[in-house]
Design a protein around this ligand. Structure first.
Ligand code: LLP
Length: 425
């Protein structure tokens, strides 16, 4: 987020956050378009310069709406979609189907059919039953589907448990070390309607190290060589997403280009050692594209000091628009947008509005002295906030505005009470 303070007010993407809160209401997700585009360019440039042939697929699960998909199309990105809903959003924004990869762990038949009907470029297959279903559906339609196998490389990356997906005890993908992955590859090579084009892994999220990516690449290349030895030739390798971002000063993110530089060197080394051609490379950054671009604005409604215990600052949002503290105790940096140059001389708990004690944005947070009517800004909320929003307590979902050069536009309208009850009979 390109944030700055002017006359005591927080600005994002050149727009005064206090004014945005007045104009659009709160809670409000604000996304800085330039920050999103800049991240895409860094990833794409490093892919081109360090590796060569490849595609950077934005993982839309981080933040998905039509405008985001339009931006991704303009930036020459691919999309890693996790559901029919995300594919639908991308397609209805005019995103080219062949640049979509459909990756999830339990696809519904309707979703597989929808992806095939619409010419989605690749489907990442998670399990053997899914493989048969993709084959059956493709055959029914007389189509050939480009399939990528999701593998568990068994690599541990340091991150919180709930988002660690590459190790062997994971619900995602085929395990390499048990032989499950090789069996699936041999099976798929025999199946009609399927063209096995690649292998995929994703080792976790919010990772601040390069070594686990190098290790995963090594394991994947060894597997590609083992496939080749069995006469199975594949052309694509996806190493997933997971690149860490800065939520608080404790996070030390690595420049995105550095991942690609080191992983490309590792890829070259592996290909030389194993006598392989360099595959078409895909990566799937989600958080790193969307999170730094976002700030969420809330209006402070109450202040409760419990002597000797803590001060609660009550805001008009919470776990409905950002469930990450409730789920993972994720830490954020917050400030008052209308008192941005005042010292943060209080330590507070920011409490959400739902009927749930655990509905907090954070505890032990440094903040300026907050009073009712102040505008609270929580930084780096562009990923896994809007996309994980819920209607708990029938709270309507917040609006999303995109800011650029000091101007703002709505990209997702605020929900109304009617929206909340829209499908009730
Ligand atoms: N590719 C695959 C197959 C994934 O499963 C994920 C994320 C990504 C790419 C993107 O990873 P990223 O670059 O965003 O780390 N809700 C959690 C994050 C879950 C991530 C799940 N998979 C959170 O709020 O932290």
């Amino acid at each position: 987020m390109s944030i700055e303070t002017i006359n005591g007010h927080l600005y994002a993407g050149g727009a005064d956050c206090t004014e945005l809160a007045k104009e659009y209401g709160t809670p409000l997700y604000v996304m800085d378009e330039d920050v999103i585009r800049q991240a895409c360019r860094e990833f794409r440039t490093s892919m081109e310069e360090c590796y060569g042939r490849g595609m950077v697929c934005y993982a839309t699960k981080a933040f998905c709406c039509k405008e985001m998909c339009r931006i991704m199309a303009e930036e020459g990105m691919g999309i890693d979609a996790v559901s029919g809903g995300e594919i639908y959003t991308a397609l209805s924004a005019g995103f080219p189907a062949e640049r979509i990869v459909f990756t999830s762990n339990n696809k519904k038949d309707e979703e597989i059919a929808y992806a095939i009907d619409n010419g989605v470029g690749r489907i990442t297959c998670d399990n053997i039953e899914e493989l048969y279903r993709i084959s059956d559906i493709a055959c029914e339609k007389g189509k050939k589907v480009r399939v990528v196998l999701r593998l568990k490389p068994g690599v541990e990356a340091h991150t919180f448990e709930a988002v660690m997906t590459g190790k062997i005890d994971s619900k995602f993908g085929f395990a390499i070390e048990t032989g499950e992955a090789m069996k699936a590859a041999e099976e798929v090579a025999k199946l009609p309607g399927i063209d096995l084009v690649g292998v995929h892994c994703h080792i976790g999220s919010q990772i601040h190290e390069i070594a686990p990516f190098e290790k995963a690449a090594e394991v994947m290349f060894d597997f590609i060589a083992a496939l080749r030895d069995k006469g199975i030739k594949i052309s694509d390798l996806s190493l997933g997403g997971g690149f860490g971002i800065k939520y608080t000063d404790a996070d030390k993110p690595i420049p995105y280009g550095d991942y690609m530089k080191r992983v490309s060197a590792k890829a070259r080394e592996c290909c030389d050692r194993l006598g392989l051609d360099m595959p078409f490379m895909m990566i799937e950054p989600g958080r790193s594209v969307a999170a730094p671009a976002g700030v969420t604005l809330y209006t402070v409604g109450s202040r409760k000091t419990i002597p000797g215990i803590r001060t609660y600052i009550g805001v008009d949002g919470g776990m409905c628009d950002n469930p990450r503290y409730a789920l993972y105790k994720s830490e954020y940096t917050a400030l008052l947008a209308n008192k941005a140059d005042e010292p943060k001389d209080e330590i507070v708990t920011i409490a959400g509005r739902t009927c749930e004690s655990g509905d907090l944005i954070g505890e032990g947070m440094a903040l300026q002295h907050a009073e009712a009517g102040d505008i609270l800004a929580v930084l780096a909320t562009g990923a896994y906030n809007y996309s994980m929003a819920s209607h708990y307590n029938r709270v309507p979902n917040a609006a999303v505005v995109m800011v650029k050069d000091g101007r703002s536009r709505t990209v997702v309208r605020r929900e109304t009470f009617e929206d909340v009850a829209r499908n009730d009979v």
